[in-house]
Design a protein around this ligand. Structure first.
Ligand code: R5P
Length: 309
């Protein structure tokens, strides 16, 4: 059975394939000079892609990733339907339809934070993208989606999987924390899962976002004096949330503060900003980044096994 990838999912697909007893195949994905995308199932992979159910690993980030994911799903779908007629007249032109059975594994689902119409006139981008993807595949496994409720009733089954067990293992082996902190209410479920796995103390902060670069935490007494603390969130973008939470922890006597997240976006200057506020940053490889130390493959494998029965 093949695990296939385009430009965004190669390394993860390579780690994922052996966990599912499958083979990894690279699909062709490149850019035309004007920036438009081009994808193709290479001739030597057509038989494999038609032989058994297919898993595509692909991120919907950045914007080009959304389009590439859809184009790849369509290319796989045509191959499986046996629609091979082509301008060059290369044979075969058509083959029997072998059925769809295409599963999509999304390490990082871009646009996940636009999961509501916060102001009139907005679109709910997460849902728009979810609906588009659902039209092109038979099931989707999504890693640590910001707020799963928005995709719960898609037209295909969705498995929401989490890398928190692997993050807990990383913290246990490399940090040995005493205390886990969720930097806002939205991360409570994930961070408390890590705390439960490790048997560590847990608390959370309440955060107000002023704008994309500014956040405020409501002051709260935390029992962290003399303790090693890990802040756990689903994603780090500007690093503002983590830096402010870390300041609060240091003020209350924490001796060491680490940050852990599934999705390391690390937008402009985040890594150097974080290095002034925390002792270590631990991210998964859902996005390529210099702090990617936790593999997402085991979590995606858990979801795909359920999807494929
Ligand atoms: C928001 O609710 C998310 O869970 C993260 O806390 C947020 O996206 C982090 O963004 P930043 O690093 O820019 O503070």
């Amino acid at each position: 059975m093949p695990v296939v990838s385009g430009s965004s999912g190669r390394a993860i697909a390579e780690s994922l394939a052996p966990l599912l007893d499958m083979e990894h195949l690279e699909l062709i994905s490149r850019r035309f000079p004007d920036g438009e995308g081009y994808v193709r199932v290479p001739s030597e992979s057509i038989e494999s892609v038609r032989s058994e159910p297919v898993v595509l690993v692909s991120n919907t980030y950045p914007d080009s990733g959304v389009l590439e994911t859809i184009l790849l799903l369509e290319a796989i779908s045509s191959v499986r339907a046996g629609e091979l007629s082509n301008y060059k007249g290369l044979e075969p032109q058509s083959l029997p339809d072998v059925g769809s059975e295409i599963y999509l594994a999304i390490p990082y689902f871009g646009y996940s934070r636009q999961d509501k119409r916060f102001s009139p006139g907005e679109t709910i981008s997460a849902r728009v993208i979810g609906d588009m993807l659902a039209r092109c595949c038979d099931g989707i496994a999504i890693l640590d989606l910001h707020a799963p409720a928005i995709l719960e009733d898609l037209s295909v089954p969705v498995e929401f999987v989490s890398a928190m067990p692997e993050i807990a293992a990383r913290l246990s082996n490399e940090v040995n924390p005493d205390f886990i902190l969720s930097p806002d209410k939205g991360a409570i479920d994930r961070a408390s899962e890590v705390a439960t796995i490790g048997g560590w103390d847990f608390s959370y902060l309440e955060k107000t976002r002023i704008d994309a670069h500014t956040i405020e935490h409501t002051p709260k007494d935390l029992d962290v004096n003399g303790k090693v603390v890990a802040i756990v969130d689903d994603m780090i973008s500007t690093g503002g949330t983590i830096c402010r939470a870390s300041d609060a922890l240091h003020k209350q006597g924490a001796t060491e503060v680490h940050a852990a997240c599934t999705h390391g976006l690390f937008t402009a200057g985040a890594i150097s900003r974080l290095s002034n506020h925390v002792d270590g940053v631990h991210s998964t490889d859902s996005l390529p980044n210099p702090r990617a130390v936790v593999s997402t493959a085991p979590a995606l494998a858990r979801g795909l096994r359920k999807l494929m029965g």
